[in-house]
Ligand binder design. Structure first.
Ligand code: ATP
Length: 257
């Protein structure tokens, strides 16, 4: 099995969150989140449905606003950032959406070109072609360049979605349920891709999932979201070495060995 080798710089946090809270009407979803993501680290955020995992990464990428708390991303305070700074910051953050978010009317090539043309003013045709080819090779799908998204499998769509974020060379990757809806073998291939991206692109990543195989394979560290806070953090074995009745069933029902 592929093992991540990229070194983690524990002196350099690329994301620092303190006291983050978020409610929707009277539903208090996030109730005091403290979190550091270190340079080069794959951090898995585990939690049951509805615990606020997606809300958390949307706040980190500026798609949603926190009610209270400080959120520093790549040296920028998300709460006091201008719209222009937020736009610039977003280019440095790759967001891999659960549904891959491809444009169905565009070929794979056009889907990959789109973020480049929009965000890299003055880029030449030659540079675009070579970036597309490089990123397709990185996700192992060079042969799909002229295909339409509808002709791809779920796993291939997921890879192209990841390629489309990688093409802007993000420093941080946010993966929202990267293995959702995929068969177990394809899941393992996606987990391996996440580790390859970590090594090749030197990304720091947050991986949101409730798939424990994904957590175990990709996570240098696991943070478990329970009742709106990170109640347990550590390696996979550390997090699940507990009699906590809120954590144990999560492990037992995932049937992981
Ligand atoms: N824009 C919104 N407006 C109102 N409520 C919202 C909004 N976004 C999220 N919520 C609520 O916040 C809670 C947490 O949602 P979130 O999508 O973060 O859960 P999750 O942990 O990612 O779940 P899942 O694993 O099912 O994707 C849910 O109850 C959801 O309905």
């Amino acid at each position: 099995m592929y093992k991540p080798k990229a070194p983690i710089d524990h002196t350099n946090a690329v994301i620092t969150i303190k006291g983050l809270e978020k409610s929707f009407d009277d539903y208090h979803v996030l109730r005091g989140i403290d979190l550091d993501l270190y340079q080069g680290e794959n951090l898995v955020v585990l939690g049951r449905s509805g615990t606020g995992k997606s809300v958390l990464i949307k706040i980190i990428s500026g798609l949603l606003q926190a009610d209270t708390g400080s959120i520093n991303v790549l040296g920028k305070d998300i709460n006091s950032i201008t719209d222009r700074e937020l736009q610039e910051l977003r280019i440095r953050i790759g967001f891999s959406f659960q549904n891959s978010a491809l444009y169905d009317s565009m070929t794979v090539r056009k889907n990959l070109e789109f973020p480049l043309v929009r965000n890299r003013k003055g880029i030449t045709r030659k540079e675009i072609d070579s970036a597309v080819e490089e990123v397709l090779e990185a996700v192992g799908l060079s042969q799909t360049i002229n295909q339409m998204p509808s002709e791809l499998s779920g796993g291939q769509r997921k890879r192209i979605g990841i390629a489309r974020t990688l093409i802007l060379n993000p420093e941080i990757m946010l993966y929202d349920e990267p293995t959702a809806g995929l068969d177990p073998i394809t899941c393992i291939e996606i987990n391996e891709l996440i580790n390859e991206v970590q090594e090749k692109y030197k990304t720091s990543s947050i991986i949101i999932t409730h798939d424990l195989t994904c957590a175990k394979q990709t996570g240098d560290r696991i943070a478990m979201l329970l009742d709106g806070q990170f109640q347990r953090q550590g390696t996979f074995d550390e997090v699940f070495d507990t009699n906590d009745e809120r954590v144990k069933p999560f492990f037992d029902y995932n049937f992981i060995k």
